[in-house]
Design a protein around this ligand. Structure first.
Ligand SMILES: Cc1cc2nc3c(=O)[nH]c(=O)nc-3n(C[C@H](O)[C@H](O)[C@H](O)COP(=O)(O)O)c2cc1C
Length: 277
């Protein structure tokens, strides 16, 4: 049996490929078993570890070597409290021992153009997208490195729902925007490995084909419900959608996405240097 088979089965439970024959890698085994952590002990990670994680994050790949990610550490208690207060439903934002904000930074390249006398317009869709991807890659690199150092983490994109206030607290100029925050600390409670969609849905060979989605989704909902069912009191927007007899992942995500969040983000970007042309 492959060294990874158990972890892959726990992650997908889809009976798909098990990594049979691949060489052993500690990193891959860790990634297969990784989980988001939202409760942390009081132990503060050392400054040297945090410096190391920032260096690792900024070692991520970057589109065209433009290097459009920036990382902002919020270690001022007043600023942390102000950010935490904006999101009472997610107390881990204010409580985590460490909080970073990963920024898409389309400003720096435009400034470099000015400094070199080569006008750059970086408020385009291309500029926004490249900066977003760079920041996301840097964040995920920090996530994996932090987890391998024994830390638990939780990305925080909900900060974009109050982007004006968050940007004011941390002083973001035009063309610099938060992709997500990141809570870090030593885990107090073990989370659980979150079952992913079966790979027949999320992988394709040579040609995109999603005909298997309806049946695979029903099967996934049942398997996921058997592991961690969503309590009846956590059904979303029951007043509008009604109480579901069976409330699986897909019902939950369809309800969540139907009530789209993030309305504050596009106007914020448009009034802070992005034209998206
Ligand atoms: C870009 C991004 C933003 C996220 N934003 C939040 C957030 O605002 N609050 C939160 O509690 N979790 C947030 N999460 C964590 C996801 O809910 C979590 O990754 C997902 O449920 C899958 O769980 P897993 O990471 O343990 O596999 C975010 C994750 C990502 C990648």
């Amino acid at each position: 049996m492959s060294a990874y088979a158990k972890a892959i089965e726990r992650r997908f439970g889809d009976g798909g490929p098990s990594g049979e024959g691949a060489a052993e890698s500690d990193l891959i085994r860790r990634v297969l078993a990784r989980k988001t952590v939202r409760r942390y002990s009081d132990v503060i990670p050392s400054k040297s570890l945090l410096d190391l994680l920032v260096a690792a994050a900024l070692s991520a790949s970057a589109k065209s070597d433009f290097q459009q990610a920036s990382i902002l550490a919020v270690d001022d208690p007043v600023q942390r409290a102000a950010i935490g207060k904006l999101f009472p439903a997610m107390p881990w934002i204010g409580a985590a021992p460490v909080f970073f904000v990963f920024l898409g930074d389309a400003r720096r390249l435009q400034r470099i153009g000015e400094l070199r006398g080569r006008p750059v317009r970086n408020g385009t869709l291309e500029g926004f997208f490249n900066a977003s991807v760079d920041a996301a890659l840097a964040m995920q690199t920090m996530i994996l490195c932090a987890e391998s150092a024994g830390l638990g983490v939780c990305p925080i994109s909900v900060i974009r729902n109050e982007v004006d206030k968050v940007a004011a607290i941390v002083g973001l100029p035009d063309l610099v925007f938060p992709v997500a925050g990141l809570c870090l600390g030593y885990p107090q409670a073990e989370g659980h490995v979150s079952l992913r969609l079966p790979r027949v849905v999320t992988t394709h060979r040579n040609r995109y084909e999603d005909g298997a989605l309806p049946a695979a989704l029903d099967d996934y909902d049942r398997r996921r419900d058997a592991l961690h069912s969503i309590p009846q009191e956590q059904q979303r927007s029951n007043a509008e959608f009604g109480e579901a007899a069976f409330y699986g992942w897909s019902e939950d995500k369809a309800r969540q996405a139907a009530k789209a969040e993030g309305a504050a983000f596009p106007p914020y970007l448009r009034s802070h240097g992005f034209s998206f042309d």
